[in-house]
Design a protein around this ligand. Structure first.
Ligand SMILES: Cc1ncc(COP(=O)(O)O)c(C=O)c1O
Length: 456
């Protein structure tokens, strides 16, 4: 067979449950702490920001959590997403590897993010919430929540990281098309934004700053809650539809992955494709290698410290134990805006700490080179974030060629790059430089980590 091959499931086979890795972990992750008392947070601490249904999911240890029918109904518009066997890429690489990719770019917003945006908007609507605030890096998450808000009749305000706001005007246009209000962060709309602008008027912004702004508004208004596009347990949970579908599709293809590769910003698309397979391994099923790929300019999993830290720069969130570069770390303004986050999901950090996954970091030009090679063989233009997973998968396939072994490689093509073509133009024009973070700034940010005695 010479064609790339698509495996689709009937839409009636959209999963009925999300999969919760907490049920199968050999050891529970460290608790999330209240920054004032340093005691584990309880539901009441989180209630100003999230509806109780999502807080319950955040702490649940049940293996399966039912997907509400109204959420499945919205999923039905683009799920199940295709799983492709990348035959043309395999031939071009002259690899004996079997390369599969799950394509999440078919959602209305163009990435995996609507999987949780739709769920979060639904639960907030059920709780009577009228407005949601959020942050966005590349704009994928902001446009996903804007779409979900439009579906469930919730007003959405998005704080978009300044550098992406300038680089990606069409993402902002998409959010506004869905009816959301998009503000460049740091902004004059919050006291934290004003304080950042006072000390750095030219600030590029960061996800950590945008989170503080969105949280500040939600915490101060009764009709408003906050939605996060990654990192939290319930967000990772919602993304497991990706891996659950991929499992069934690979079964239809009569195959099973030896290696799974995903890119990691806050960890949600990675968790989405990985957790169902990892859960099966932890329950005694087949073992596999799992590789997280991150940008060398913001390397939380490979260079960060596993420590308690704030999720935001303004220190309004609880403290979570995670791989972190320090909440004040300012990553350089590279193009994969969705990967410019100082921390990593506590659950992803925990499984890294348990030795269940590997992590590696790549420079952005290597990733664009891989993304262009992929596009020229498979036809799909990946989002700059997804290029990290493409690069990781290609390296695994080359390794198979060098070792003369055929392994099944599965990766998550978590979004398309149709709004990121300026980044591709910059790459073709030789204007895309590899960016190093500032070592002294990293040392300073790590020195500023809160000192927390481990709870026993
Ligand atoms: C296409 C895409 N991939 C990946 C990410 C990184 O987030 P996560 O690690 O939560 O999947 C983002 C975040 O905005 C994104 O837009």
């Amino acid at each position: 067979m010479t064609e790339s091959v698509k495996f689709l499931l009937d839409e009636s086979r959209i999963p009925k449950h999300w999969y919760n890795l907490m049920a199968d972990l050999p050891a529970p992750p460290p608790p999330v702490l209240h920054p004032g008392t340093l005691k584990p947070v309880g539901p009441d601490d989180l209630a100003p920001l999230f509806p109780m249904s999502l807080i319950a999911q955040e702490v649940s240890t049940e293996r399966e959590i039912e997907i509400p029918e109204p959420v499945r109904e919205v999923y039905r518009q683009w799920r199940t997403t295709p799983l492709y066997r990348a035959r043309r890429l395999e031939r071009a690489l002259q690899t004996p590897a079997r390369i599969y990719y799950k394509y999440e770019g078919v959602s209305p917003a163009g990435s995996h993010k609507p999987n949780t945006a739709v769920a979060q908007a639904f639960y907030n609507r059920e709780a009577g919430v009228k407005r949601l605030t959020t942050e966005t890096g590349a704009g994928q998450w902001g446009s996903s929540l804007a779409f979900a808000g439009a579906v469930f009749g919730i007003e959405v305000q998005v704080f978009m990281v300044r550098v992406s706001y300038d680089q990606k005007p069409y993402r902002r246009a998409l959010m506004e098309t869905y009816g959301a209000r998009c503000v460049a962060s740091p902004s004059m709309e919050t006291s934290f934004g004003r304080s950042v602008l006072a000390s750095s008027p030219e600030s590029n912004g960061s996800l950590g700053i945008a989170i503080s702004e969105a949280v500040e508004i939600a915490a101060s208004r009764d009709d408003t809650k906050y939605a996060l596009g990654s990192v939290l347990n319930h967000v990772l949970l919602h993304q497991t539809v990706i891996g659950l579908e991929a499992m069934a599709q690979l079964e239809a293809a009569d195959d099973y992955p030896d290696v799974i590769v995903g890119c990691t910003g806050g960890g949600s698309n990675f968790a989405g494709i990985v957790f169902p397979f990892l859960g099966s391994q932890l329950r005694g099923g087949r073992k596999l290698r799992i590789v997280a790929v991150e940008p060398a300019a913001c390397p939380s999993l490979t260079r960060g410290r596993y420590a308690y830290d704030f999720g935001d720069t303004g220190h309004m969130t609880p403290l979570a134990k995670m791989h972190t570069l320090g909440s004040t770390f300012m990553p350089p303004g590279f193009h994969a805006g969705g990967l410019r986050y100082h921390g990593m999901a506590p659950l992803v950090s925990h499984i890294r700490q348990l030795g269940l996954i590997e992590a590696r970091a790549y420079q952005q030009t290597q990733c664009f080179e891989a993304g262009v090679f992929f596009a020229r063989h498979e036809g799909i233009v990946p989002a700059p974030e997804a290029n990290h997973a493409v690069k990781g998968a290609i390296d695994e396939a080359v390794r198979c060629r060098e070792e003369g072994v055929s392994r099944a490689i599965l990766f998550n093509l978590c979004g398309h790059g149709h709004f990121d073509m300026q980044a591709y133009l910059d790459y073709f024009g030789g204007r895309l430089a590899d960016q190093e973070y500032d070592e002294s700034e990293l040392a300073m940010a790590l020195a500023g980590l809160p000192s927390v005695a481990e709870p026993v």
